[in-house]
Design a protein around this ligand. Sequence first.
Ligand SMILES: NC(=O)c1ccc[n+]([C@@H]2O[C@H](COP(=O)([O-])OP(=O)(O)OC[C@H]3O[C@@H](n4cnc5c(N)ncnc54)[C@H](O)[C@@H]3O)[C@@H](O)[C@H]2O)c1
Ligand SMILES: CC(C)(CO)[C@@H](O)C(=O)[O-]
Length: 298
Amino acid sequence: MEIVVLGAGSLGSLVGGLLAGAHDVTLVGREPHVEAIEADGLEIRGEYDRRVFLRATAEGEGLAADCAVVTVKSFDTPDAAHVLATGEYGAVISLQNGMGNEAVLAGHHDTVLAGTATYGAVRREPGVVDCTGRGEVVLGAPGGGRSSMADRVGEAFRSAGLETTVAADMPRRLWAKLAVNAGINAVTALARVENGAVLEAPAEELVRAAARETARTARAHGVDLSNREAIAATERVADRTAGNESSMRQDVENGRQTEIDAINGYVVDRAEDASVAAPTNRLLAGVIRTWERGRKLR
Ligand SMILES: NC(=O)c1ccc[n+]([C@@H]2O[C@H](COP(=O)([O-])OP(=O)(O)OC[C@H]3O[C@@H](n4cnc5c(N)ncnc54)[C@H](O)[C@@H]3O)[C@@H](O)[C@H]2O)c1
Ligand SMILES: CC(C)(CO)[C@@H](O)C(=O)[O-]
């Protein structure tokens, strides 16, 4: 399969590098990363130890492929959608965190798939990505149900050795992942703690409240996610990634824009639409946004 990965940062480089084992992959990213990959290939470290030779470019316009995999941060999705609209793709799939990405992409593309990824990736230096944890990709039709394109893309991912599930209940899975991120990310970013700290008092209570509000909001929008499932998923991920720094903590520590609008901010907006209370998500979003506005972001 021909695959374009738009957003060759941490996750995009890892996923694209692994997909290149079985497919014709082009990474679209920024200099100097793409130049290093063009010159010496992509080095994958950590859980994998391999050097992969694949195309990399900083010019994403006008490309064509069976599938485009979107791995930019959620605040860059509108720009990514415009870039992809200049090319030809059989399907566009988001593997991003946060919510709303598929809706933005669907404004420009007929066939959009939703996805979640629990692989851990950190781009260490130009041409080098570290896999900090093997995980899973789950993908499917954004509105739920079966999709022959999702089956095709899922098979392509699997044939490259990525652990992949094709799911018919993506709305539920996306909201469950949202609860995990709404619970863990802002609290660990604000308190500068590793993910495991949210399993203990006093963070535990905050994190459970954020996950519970997310589940309540999901149900108000017709998605069957219980409070118990949302809290259990959040605690399971915090336990499994106990020693990790969440992406939002890394963003805050590096003075970078966060994905708060697509995570706690999204919960607040959708809760408001449905007249559901989401005070913990509102507080967490408010404090992170205050930090973003008060800093000169990179
Ligand atoms: N890193 C992880 O382990 C991980 C795991 C699961 C999910 N995610 C999610 O995946 C998404 C990406 O995360 P990341 O950590 O890889 O971020 P990142 O910042 O490392 O990578 C995104 C890259 O996309 C590039 N980019 C943005 N717009 C572009 C454009 N128009 N053309 C070319 N390049 C462009 C950026 O310069 C950046 O290098 C986020 O939504 C994140 O939450 C990340
Ligand atoms: C699951 C998660 C919170 C683990 O660190 C990750 O999605 C992140 O850091 O955003």
